[in-house]
Design a protein around this ligand. Structure first.
Ligand SMILES: C[S@@+](CC[C@H](N)C(=O)[O-])C[C@H]1O[C@@H](n2cnc3c(N)ncnc32)[C@H](O)[C@@H]1O
Length: 252
């Protein structure tokens, strides 16, 4: 059976934990003359939410997040933080993380080690078109463009804030890189000789299908950190200890 998106699962877990903690608090009051303080109820709610998250086999970082969520809200309320600060923080997060609940790919950045390993895989003498699908702040094409004067570099990014930052960076450094604010699933990958992705395991099977259907024979598909189930890459470059940081490349 298809699982609900993790954000929806978490909302349900928090809601159920809140109801159960309330019920426990009520029963404790009936059974013993025991009135639980707010912070005690918040800790009970956090414990129940963490347990439900664990039982629901959410990734290992979710139970601690569930545990601290409600106590953190109570602490923030006690600290009397001005309400506009919450709205501002929320809007900033929305602008950076936009439709992460749908795409299941948040913003996190690759590093110089990855860009350095990527460079020898690109065509060294002839002209080529390169795209970073999910280009974040634009670092990958910015690093490559000065090393490949024959290359045309593109980035496509769905979230408004990273896209705007990459555009402003391109403008300030008079870069040749063109950044688009588009969902890569709506882009025809046949227009590119090299497609680079640093996304998440959740999208790799669909992206692989897109690449296979659209990319031209002889073009190169590169993924940082995330392989494709049952698809042996033509190049596999370990960048650091513990295979998590690996560059995978397939000649189409
Ligand atoms: C892990 S970050 C990688 C950023 C950059 N490529 C790098 O290496 O530093 C992935 C980026 O992909 C963007 N993204 C996720 N799904 C996308 C989609 N369907 N179309 C375009 N961008 C997407 C996210 O907003 C995020 O900024």
């Amino acid at each position: 059976m298809k699982r609900l998106p993790i954000s929806l699962q978490s909302l349900i877990i928090q809601g159920v934990a809140l109801c159960l903690a309330g019920l426990l608090g009520y029963l404790a009051q009936l059974a013993f003359p025991l009135q639980l303080a707010w912070w005690q109820l918040a800790l009970v709610q956090g414990g129940i939410a963490a347990l439900l998250s664990n039982l629901n086999r959410q990734p290992s970082w979710w139970p601690p997040l569930h545990f601290i969520f409600f106590p953190a809200i109570l602490l923030a309320l006690q600290a009397s933080v001005p309400t506009w600060l919450y709205l501002t923080a929320f809007l900033i997060l929305v602008l950076f993380y936009w439709s992460t609940f749908r795409t299941r790919v948040p913003l996190y950045l690759s590093d110089r080690k990855a860009w350095q390993a990527l460079a020898p895989l690109l065509p060294q003498t002839q002209a080529f078109q390169f795209i970073d699908v999910g280009s974040g702040l634009g670092d990958v094409p910015f690093y490559l463009e000065s090393r490949f004067p024959e290359g045309c570099f593109y980035g496509t990014e769905i979230a408004p804030a990273p896209w705007l930052i990459s555009r402003l960076r391109a403008w300030s450094r008079r870069s040749r890189v063109k950044f688009m604010r588009r969902d890569y699933t709506a882009i025809d990958l046949a227009d590119f000789d090299v497609v680079f992705a640093f996304l998440s395991p959740a999208v790799m099977p669909a992206l692989w299908e897109q690449a296979r259907a659209q990319m031209r024979k002889g073009s190169l598909f590169v993924s940082l950190s995330f392989g494709i189930p049952a698809q042996q890459p033509d190049h596999e470059i370990a960048l650091a200890e513990g295979a998590r940081h690996t560059l995978y490349a397939w000649r189409m």
